[in-house]
Design a protein around this ligand. Structure first.
Ligand SMILES: [Zn+2]
Length: 275
């Protein structure tokens, strides 16, 4: 039995942003060693900005069991729009849509939680990345917060798109509509929190062949580590909670979320098989 963490951030910068995370404790080698000991055999390392592309590629190249995506996070959209033209962004992403362990585009989407000030930039950069993903036949990793209607509208504009709604925290209606569009739903450590009762009910509504599990490390550590720095090894606590909510075993959740991961990120399967 093994687990796949379908969404985490292994870059040192993200860990060092969090107070108290010493680079020594959170080296990529350390994180992956602890993940492996906990049964988390594969991780998907998620890009959030153009500047991290080279780092993502080199982490994948030097570590078995690591795949990555590239993309611009919605909360990075405004900064990128100030620094680059849309054409430059498209060129850089298109030029980097290669490499044997690049398996998708993400994380991309819309986030209106803090402010809607950057709504227009977010939408433009999201659409552009949806186009690139479709063109290269890559699945997308979607970040959507307080932006369900607009997210669905853009997904619907891209008929051939496939992907996952990551760190699902939306309404039941959003989940059902995303499932209707063929999307997968990924749950993070939030599902283990006591006050997540609405989300816990949705966990049971996701069909077995569309369910994924993730840490979103270093953010959102599951109980009993809530408030601490998260890491891929903690995935098992989220998987355990999901198993409980779906009245099944952890083994079953490990098996089906791994199968779903390799179905969606089909390029990962090819590379993974060689290892
Ligand atoms: Zn993330």
């Amino acid at each position: 039995m093994f687990f796949v963490d379908s969404h985490c951030h292994l870059n040192v910068k993200k860990f060092s942003q969090i107070a108290g995370a010493s680079p020594k404790d959170y080296s990529v080698d350390g994180l992956l060693m602890r993940a492996n000991s906990a049964g988390v055999k594969y991780v998907l390392n998620i890009g959030t900005e153009l500047l991290d592309i080279d780092e993502m590629r080199s982490i994948s190249a030097s570590h078995g069991g690591v795949f990555h995506t590239i993309g611009i996070h919605p909360l990075e959209a405004q900064r990128h729009a100030q620094q680059y033209s849309l054409q430059d962004i498209a060129d850089i992403l298109n030029r980097n849509c290669n490499g044997e362990k690049l398996v998708g585009i993400g994380e991309i989407g819309l986030d209106y939680y803090y402010t809607r000030e950057s709504e227009q930039e977010q939408k433009k950069i999201f659409e552009l990345q949806m186009d690139i993903a479709t063109k290269h036949d890559f699945p997308v990793v979607i970040h959507s917060r307080d932006a369900e209607t607009d997210t669905l509208a853009i997904l619907r504009n891209h008929k051939n798109a496939r992907g996952v709604i990551h760190c699902f925290s939306g309404s039941r209606d959003f989940a059902l509509k995303a499932l209707d569009l063929g999307f997968y739903i990924s749950f993070s450590g939030i599902v283990t929190f006591k006050n997540s009762t609405a989300m816990q009910r949705i966990v049971g509504d996701v069909p077995s062949n569309r369910l994924l599990v993730e840490t979103d490390a270093p953010f959102l550590a599951p109980d009993p580590f809530r408030g601490k720095i998260n890491e891929p090894a903690f995935l098992v606590h989220t998987a355990k909670k999901i198993a409980e909510l779906r009245q099944t075993t952890e083994e079953q959740i490990a098996r089906l979320t791994a199968e779903n991961f390799f179905d969606l990120f089909s390029k990962a399967k090819i590379v993974g098989d060689k290892n």
